[in-house]
Design a protein around this ligand. Sequence first.
Ligand SMILES: Cc1cc2nc3c(=O)[nH]c(=O)nc-3n(C[C@H](O)[C@H](O)[C@H](O)COP(=O)(O)OP(=O)(O)OC[C@H]3O[C@@H](n4cnc5c(N)ncnc54)[C@H](O)[C@@H]3O)c2cc1C
Length: 374
Amino acid sequence: MDQNKTSREILLRMVKSFTENEVAPFDMEIDHTRSYVNDLLNKIKKTDLLSTMLPKEYGGAGFDGSTTAEMINEIARGNASLAVTLEGHFKSIDQIVKFGNQALKDEYLPQAKSRIIAFSMTEPSGGSNPLGINSHAEHVGDKWIINGDKIMITNGGLAEIYCVLVKTAPEELSFFVVDKDMEGFEFGKQENFLGLTGVPVGEIVMNNIEVDENHLLGKVGMGKEIGDSAHNDARVLMGAVLTGIMEHELDIVTDYATHRKAIDTPIIQMQGIQRKVADIAIAKETTKLLYQKAAWLKDNRQDYEEEAAMAKAYGSRSAVKSGADALQILGGYGYSLDYPVEHLIRDARAMELAEGTVEKMRTEIALIEAKNRA
Ligand SMILES: Cc1cc2nc3c(=O)[nH]c(=O)nc-3n(C[C@H](O)[C@H](O)[C@H](O)COP(=O)(O)OP(=O)(O)OC[C@H]3O[C@@H](n4cnc5c(N)ncnc54)[C@H](O)[C@@H]3O)c2cc1C
């Protein structure tokens, strides 16, 4: 028997049961209270879900990109915020694995089992154009001194370790890893976002944080490359989150339309309703195929940038549109804050912005298409 296949099946079965019992029942409460409830994060830590994709040599389970994406998909079907918290942590681990020097890996990767890692590029001056940032690091002797203000960080405030993009020269971008316990580190404003309300998104302020050379991620000047790599990894997982949101929408509408009657006929028998349900199903399946292809390419060490961008660009627009269709199927109940459909639309909408806006992703996709044909 294929050992990897068996352990993947066991993990996904465990995640499915965890989602059904510990996550989905609290979906509405998480949205309304804007926080994880019922000790959810401690349960995540206790069940070792923070380290499923962490390489085995650092104490993780070492699952591949495809398995990680399926796990995120399963959790998102129960609650998208929790899935995005894990997505943010996993894509940050990925960058330390890919670009960290041995000392940095030895210091931080074993901690990723219990401490969340976040990835931070955006500043008040803008997120789409990294060269517009103001945070900077100065090389003084054998140390780096970091100053700056990073905002809108997924898991900001919850995470304890941060990969931060700074300038090391006016036109040079580099990444460093800083820890919340370092002198000069402060948490700032928490965003009051429309959706994914279970995910804390916040600011960190760095005042003369002093780090050793080995806290440089990759090499000086590799900021863009590392940022692009993080976007690619995040977009695969966001495709999985968006698929989970559309699966949640389908669960709701198929149940509702089967039981809701117009006079004597269940509305699922009506063509106008059928068209909307079918459109949601088609969009869900297309997004699933896109993120699964991207994850497969990643696991097989092939380029996955375009498929990852497609999964998030197509998936985010589709999940918002599918949410609007789902709302319509539920009629007045769909418009109620007491039913989950409205928050699924708000949750999906975040992913037209986070990890690169849909405009930026379309630019990337168009340029790859042009390059492939040149
Ligand atoms: C839920 C959520 C979580 C987030 N998590 C993180 C995180 O973990 N880490 C992090 O660093 N950031 C994070 N962000 C910030 C996010 O990455 C930025 O919001 C995004 O990159 C856009 O930057 P901006 O908001 O400054 O908008 P701007 O960059 O100012 O863009 C404004 C508008 O102009 C368009 N635009 C700008 N430049 C171009 C261009 N070159 N080509 C085409 N169109 C362009 C944009 O598409 C957008 O429509 C998060 C945001 C959200 C909503």
